[in-house]
Design a protein around this ligand. Sequence first.
Ligand SMILES: NC(=O)C1=CN([C@@H]2O[C@H](COP(=O)(O)OP(=O)(O)OC[C@H]3O[C@@H](n4cnc5c(N)ncnc54)[C@H](O)[C@@H]3O)[C@@H](O)[C@H]2O)[C@@H](O)CC1
Ligand SMILES: [K+]
Length: 480
Amino acid sequence: MLTAYPVHDIRRLEEAAIAADPRRDLMQYAAGALASVIADELVEGRGRVYGAQLLILVGPGNNGGDALFAGARLARRGASVTAVPLVGAPHRAGMDALVHAGGRVVGGAADVEADLGRYDLAVDGIFGIGGRPGLPDRVAGLVSLLDHHAVPVIAVDLPSGVDADTGAVPGAAVRATTTVSFGASKPSEFIQPARDHAGRVVRVDLGFEADQAVTELQQLDVDDLAAWWPYPGAKNDKYSRGVVGIDAGSTQYPGAGILATHGAVYAGAGMVRFHGSDEARRVLTADLPNVVYADGRVQARLYGSGWGEREDGAEVIAKGLADGLPAVVDADGLRHLPDGGLEPSWLLTPHAGELARLLDCERSEVEADPVGAAHRGADRTGATVLLKGATQIVAQPGRRSVLIAVPGPAWTAQAGSGDVLAGICTTLLAAGLPAPRAAVLAASLQAVTAAALPGPVPPHELAREAARTLGRLQQSAAPR
Ligand SMILES: NC(=O)C1=CN([C@@H]2O[C@H](COP(=O)(O)OP(=O)(O)OC[C@H]3O[C@@H](n4cnc5c(N)ncnc54)[C@H](O)[C@@H]3O)[C@@H](O)[C@H]2O)[C@@H](O)CC1
Ligand SMILES: [K+]
C-alpha cells in the first residue's frame, strides 16, 4: 500500500521532522538523493556522468534550491551544468553552490531555447509543493520545446504545473520521465491526469512520521488485493460465501443485468438470484445456468445498472433500505436515492457525471477535485462512494481519508465495465466485507485483471478472466 498526503499535511510532517532533529539539513539530503537519481539516468542514457549536458530549470522557491544543489553535486562529478532562472529570484545559496562547483547560470529562457536539443537531461526545479497549478506562458513555451526535442525531464518533488492536492492539470505542466518525490507521496502521484505527468516515481524517505490527524490517500497494490480478498475456504457453503440479489437491466438495456451477473458470479458469489428482465434471463439461462430466479434469502443487493427510466425506482430502493441489507446502487439507480439518510453499508458507484448530478454541480467540478467530490458525495448521502474513472476513489461519510484502487489500463473505460464492477462489488458485500473494502477490492481486481491481458477484451470476458486472476492471487497471497 502506498500512502499520499495533501500538501498542508506534508508541511506539518516536515515541521515535525525538523523539530525532532533541528540539525538535519533536509534540503541537502533531498539534493543528494536527487543527484544520485540524475546520475543513474545519465549513466543509463549515455554511459557516464562526466561530460553530460544538464539543464536545470529554476523557480523561485526551495524546489529550485533542491535542483541547484543537486546540479552543484553533478558539476563536481564533471557534468556540464546550465541553470536557467525562470520565475522570480532563485534560491541564493543554491546558486552560489552551483557557480562555485563550476556550473553556468544564464539570464533566462531565451538564452537556452536555440540549442535545447544538446541537453542530455533537464531537471524541473520550477515549482514544488508551493506551486499553483499552471505555468507562466514563457515557462510553458520552454517546457513544450523540451518536449519537442525529446529531452528527458526529471521533476523535483512533482512535475511543475500539476495540482499536487487534486491531481488536476488545468493548464500547462511539465511531463516528466521521472519524478523524485520527497518525504511523502502527493495525491497527484495517484490521481489522473497528473499521475501520467509524473512518469516513474522515485520516493525519497525524509523520516516523516504520520500522525492520526493527517488525511491519507491509500493506494492499494497487487499484494494488498491478494491478501485482502475473501477467498472461499473449506468451511464455506453458498450462504457463508454470500448470496447476491441482482435487480439490474431492463427491456431497453438487458445487457447491463447480464454483465452485472457475470461480475457477481465470476467474483465468487455463493449464489446469484437474478431479478431483471426476461430477455436477460434467457441469455443467462444459457450462459450461466447456476443463476437462480426464485425469490429467497440474499445477503446483498444490486440496484440500478441499466434500469433506464424506471418508474418504481425510488420505491424499490426505499424497500431495500427498509430491509436493512447492504446494497450497491449503480447508474440509473442513483437518480432514485432518497435525500440523504443512507447507510455506510450502502455503496454508490457513480462516474464523474453521475456524481455531479448527485451533488448538483458541473462534471468539470468533479474532475477538478475528484477526491473532494467523492467526500462530498459520501457526506451528502451517508453512503460509501466509489467514484469510477481513470482513478477509482473510495470515500466514506464523515472520514477524511480515502482508498484508491490499483491503477489499470485505460481501455477498461468501455460500455459495460461499470455493470461488471457493480456485480463484483455486490459479491464482496454479500461475503460480509465492509463497503469501502468491497469497493476498492472490486475496482482493483478489474484493473489487475485487465493489466495482465495483452489488450482490450469485452467486459463479460474480463469478468471471466477475473476468476483466473483470483486463482493466481490466492496462490501468491501471504496471510496478513
Ligand atoms: N517538504 C519537505 O520536507 C522538503 C521540501 N523541499 C523542497 O521544497 C519545496 C517547497 O518549497 P517552497 O515552499 O519554497 O515552494 P516552491 O519551491 O514550490 O515555490 C513556491 C514559490 O513559487 C511561486 N509560485 C508558485 N506557483 C506559481 C505559478 N504558477 N506562477 C508563478 N509563481 C508561482 C510562489 O509564489 C512561491 O513564491 C518542495 O517541493 C521540495 O522540493 C526539500 O528541500 C526538502 C524538504
Ligand atoms: K518541480
